[in-house]
Design a protein around this ligand. Structure first.
Ligand SMILES: NC(=O)c1ccc[n+]([C@@H]2O[C@H](COP(=O)([O-])OP(=O)(O)OC[C@H]3O[C@@H](n4cnc5c(N)ncnc54)[C@H](O)[C@@H]3O)[C@@H](O)[C@H]2O)c1
Ligand SMILES: O=CCCC(=O)O
Length: 499
């Protein structure tokens, strides 16, 4: 990789062709017409890894046109043929797990072992949609009157724009592109500028799987080129559906733009997940669940717990158990060391936000219960898992109304179940919610009362390919994963036949 990478990395690729720095359009690897490139950084040390093609609006228009041409034939392929394509595409990441994990570790500084887990998560979506392709069936409906026969068929929509975030650079793409392609659409995917290498590797595997030209296209672009590219994705008439995962403000903007031409949108946006520990919970189990929910990906997932509500009678005991659990669980060091299971944040921007949230809480009376979050020596963007007790005044602290997206666990006391539910629901968003109780009546009551698209009752992880994933309120529109995901990418047509 010497010629491609500008820094030395402690990993040898088994298949160097997975490292691509050009865009994948119409089955070809292409540079930007302008010749422009942009830098991908390694967040472990902020050094440049390589330069990647920086596509502009005209390049993207050409990619969309190529996807539209491909749609004309691909949308007519039999379900069985699409199913085998999905199978071939899904088998290749299985054979190249370590290389994909290495790319994820390189551009996101995710510990290698954790990256292997995200590769599996990405594969799960391809597997799931492969299995689901042949179940996209229609209905026959008895006519109300007359002698008509009414039936429905489900048809692919056209070219889908998939705009994805940096924090899960493989699975957020297979979750969208897997469903869209299985359903017979073609895809133009714009990955986050921080993590284009993972997206391009998925394109290379699609190519190796014999994917028809133009069915899956990956168009990397820099932050500077993104607004114009976004405009093209929102306004090009061939785009029939824009599927976005990212922050709520950007989702609102893209949704507004798409509405001007009545384009369908699916939006997977930000969260602010409550995690409630009731007084009757198994505290060890709850602490382990919180470790998973809060500290997975160093706290950088949309479903990470953001506000930990703990019954006041057990708060100090729970904090002690949690602290012990953190000490027992995490190993720090180079992200390439397979024993290491906790890594840095994706960039200095993420560190700044975490610093703001912790300083704000401390200035308003919160107390850090474990080590200094920033005393580390593991690189510029590293922050330790940190537990913070907020005895009172949490409603005026920044973390209450804004996802921290970092490894801070704010423990906030409550007195009654009603108070906990009120606090949990007191937010504009509603993606994931978690709670721990040993009381079955309370389990049902609270699961039904929480305003969120996904509830984890006695679990700290809800994400899975077979499950409809998504939020309510300002956390988004639509569902990804499960059979519901295919529905998102299919139009229902009713046909009435006069007999
Ligand atoms: N609900 C979910 O499933 C889910 C999953 C992962 C992340 N997220 C959310 O994503 C956020 C973190 O990701 P992020 O910082 O990459 O979000 P972001 O909104 O800044 O960026 C997401 C994507 O949108 C692109 N983008 C930004 N401005 C654009 C524009 N004007 N036109 C077109 N594309 C544009 C970015 O380049 C990137 O590819 C968090 O809020 C997190 O909660 C949600
Ligand atoms: O960031 C959110 C996506 C990660 C997940 O699907 O669990």
């Amino acid at each position: 990789m010497a010629g491609l990478f500008k820094k030395t990395i402690p990993y040898e690729f088994n298949d160097p062709s997975l490292v691509q720095t050009k865009a994948y359009v119409g089955g070809q690897w292409v540079s930007a017409a302008s010749g422009k490139t942009f830098a991908v950084l390694d967040p472990e040390d902020d050094q440049e890894v390589c330069q990647v093609a920086d596509l502009g609006q005209d390049d993207v228009r050409a990619a969309i046109e190529s996807a539209q041409r491909a749609f004309e034939s691909y949308s007519k392929t039999p379900h069985r043929e699409r199913r085998w394509l999905m199978r071939r595409w899904s088998d290749l990441p299985k054979a190249n797990r370590e290389d994909l994990a290495a790319l994820c570790t390189l551009e996101l500084a995710k510990p290698f072992t954790e990256s292997l887990g995200t590769v599996q998560y990405a594969i799960d979506f391809l597997d799931w949609f492969e299995g689901a392709v042949e179940r996209t069936v229609g209905d026959t409906i008895p006519a109300f009157r007359g002698n008509n026969r009414v039936l429905t068929i489900r048809q692919p929509q056209g070219v889908v724009a998939a705009v994805t975030p940096w924090n899960s650079p493989l699975a957020m793409i297979t979750r969208k592109a897997g469903a869209a392609i299985a359903a017979g659409n073609t895809v133009v995917c714009k990955p986050a500028p921080e993590t284009p290498l993972c997206a391009l590797a998925l394109a290379r595997l699609f190519e190796k799987a014999g994917g028809p030209h133009g069915v899956f296209n990956v168009i990397p672009c820099s932050p500077e080129s993104t607004p114009a590219v976004g405009q093209e994705l929102c306004h090009n008439p061939y785009i029939r559906h824009l599927s976005f995962t990212g922050s709520t403000p950007v989702g609102k903007y893209l949704n507004t733009e798409c509405a001007k031409n009545i384009k369908k949108t699916s939006l997977e946006l930000g969260g602010n997940a409550p995690f409630i520990v009731f007084e009757d919970a198994d505290l060890e189990q709850a602490a382990r669940g919180l470790i998973t929910s809060k500290f997975r990906s160093s706290g950088q997932t949309c479903v990470c717990a953001n506000r930990v509500l703990v019954h006041s009678s057990i708060l100090d005991k729970f904090a002690l158990i949690l602290r012990q659990c953190v000490d027992d669980t995490f190993v720090y060091g180079s992200v390439w060391d397979r024993k290491v299971n906790f890594g840095p944040l994706y960039s200095g921007k993420g560190v700044d936000k975490v610093r703001l949230h912790i300083q704000d809480a401390i200035s308003k009376g919160a107390q850090v219960l474990n080590d200094d979050a920033f005393a580390n020596g593991v690189g510029p963007n590293f922050i330790k898992p940190t537990i913070i007790k907020v005895a009172s005044g949490s409603e005026n602290m920044k973390f209450t109304n804004d996802e921290t997206f970092g490894p801070l666990a704010f423990l906030v006391p409550f007195e009654t179940e009603e108070e906990a539910i009120r606090a949990a629901n007191n937010t504009d968003v509603g993606l994931a919610s978690y709670f721990y109780t040993e009381n079955i009546s309370r389990l049902w009551r609270v699961a039904e009362a929480l305003k969120a698209g996904m509830v984890g009752a006695r679990v700290g992880l809800v994400s899975a390919a077979e499950m409809p994933f998504g939020g309510i309120r300002e956390s988004g529109l639509g569902r990804e994963g499960g059979m519901e995901a295919l529905e998102e990418f299919l139009d229902i047509k009713s046909i009435t036949i006069g007999i």
